[in-house]
Design a protein around this ligand. Structure first.
Ligand SMILES: [Zn+2]
Length: 401
């Protein structure tokens, strides 16, 4: 049964949202967080428990030895579905309202095959996962999905995605509506990473950036505790900021974009050039053996003391730091978390990013700035999708725009 979010009072919605973010909070803590009187907090909580939306965490036998006064969203609400669509894989999970994963499936997929191929598969996986839990479509209260391209958030569709042209203007939301009455929210993969980071930090940091460096480069922006998507949804599309007017041509048609010079493929390309030119015996040996080089191998060569490989890693980190310095001056974040495949390149890369940022940013904006690799693990995408689904379902009272 779906929850009638629509007749909740603002106070009730706020308490639900706060309970979602603060996980097993007490009535006392809720009152403090929301600046409610003790009696208002108690009355609101009692009404929500009565309606089956909130539950005492301690009453759940599965929750172990937690304090009995802890409150959380009721499991009777059903499950949240999270889908993380990458360029070559899809990750699907059903989560409890506290985003603990109840069923999960990942498989390889080619996103370029288009929505006509990919979405029927996603819907089939969702059906399989629901069946595994003995649930039905109506038990899904919200769906969040991340995609590897620019998204018009309000419309829930991709706009001119460079990697996946068949998806341009396709309504993923309408497609999923064939199976679900639950609201569907679509966002880009980097914003989901920012939401997952915010979830890890339980909303403790109001202003930070998440930089994803993989095949491309993108930035998730948390501003005043919210994802900042901009006027048309393209905020944080920083991969095409120019770091060298004379640099190589980028697939976007401009020269010297940071993505074309410092993302994973650029690191691999520079290593292959070095191998061909005989600048590094180690890289040349691996290149001859494998016919290609991966960014991880450049890192491996660097750790083995290869000066050419270290130079490539440092240059990539330096260029990303150069771009990041502008973002830091402009936005003044407290933290920058770097994630994506390039984190495998390791500490030398991070050191180069830091050095470049501190050198080029204003003293005031770096006074307390921390730049770190994101500690998020394997379920980042689906967790971010779960946060998106839960947060937006509450915000819109279960009605997708
Ligand atoms: Zn570009």
């Amino acid at each position: 049964m779906l929850t009638p979010w629509n007749d909740l009072s603002m106070a009730e919605l706020t308490v639900l949202e706060t309970a979602f973010w603060s996980s097993r909070t007490s009535r006392h803590a809720l009152a403090g967080l929301l600046d409610y009187s003790k009696s208002k907090a108690n009355a609101t909580v009692a009404a929500l428990i009565e309606r089956g939306l909130l539950q005492e965490a301690g009453l759940q036998s599965s929750s172990g030895g937690r304090r009995p006064e802890g409150l959380r969203l009721s499991e009777r609400l059903g499950v949240v579905a999270g889908v993380d669509l990458g360029a070559t894989s899809v990750d699907v999970a059903l989560m409890a309202p506290d985003l603990s994963i109840r069923a999960h499936h990942a498989e390889a997929i080619d996103v370029r095959a288009g929505p006509g191929v990919v979405l029927p598969r996603v819907r089939a996986v969702l059906r399989e996962l629901l069946a595994r839990l003995g649930l039905e479509a109506r038990d899904v209260m919200g769906i969040g999905m991340g995609v590897p391209g620019p998204v018009a958030f309000d419309q829930g569709m991709l706009v001119a995605p460079p990697l996946m042209p068949l998806w341009d203007g396709f309504s993923i939301r309408e497609d999923l509506r064939q199976d679900y009455t639950a609201p569907v929210f679509i966002d880009n993969d980097v914003n989901l990473m920012a939401l997952a980071e915010q979830w890890r930090l339980r909303r403790q940091l109001p202003d930070f950036l998440v930089l994803k460096v993989g095949t491309g480069i993108g930035c998730g922006i948390i501003c005043h505790g919210q994802v900042h998507r901009g006027a048309t949804g393209s905020a944080g599309d920083v991969g095409h900021i120019c770091v060298d007017q004379q640099g190589p041509m980028c697939h976007c048609g401009n020269r010297g974009c940071v993505e074309a010079m410092a993302a994973g493929p650029a690191i691999a390309r520079l290593a292959e050039e070095a191998a061909r030119q005989g600048d590094s015996a180690l890289l040349a040996e691996w290149f001859e053996r494998d016919g290609q080089l991966l960014p991880e191998q450049v890192a491996q060569a660097s750790r083995a003391g290869d000066a050419t490989a270290s130079g490539i890693v440092q240059r990539a980190g330096g260029l990303i730091g150069q771009m990041l310095a502008s973002l830091v001056n402009f936005f003044n974040p407290s933290h920058v978390f770097i994630g994506g495949g390039v984190t495998n390149v390791g500490p030398l890369f991070l050191a180069a990013v830091r050095q470049s940022v501190y050198q080029r940013s204003l003293a005031l904006s770096t006074r307390h700035l921390e730049i770190q690799f994101s500690p998020l693990g394997g379920h980042t995408g689906v967790t971010g999708a779960g946060v998106l689904a839960m947060q937006e379902t509450l915000r819109t009272r279960g009605v997708a725009p």
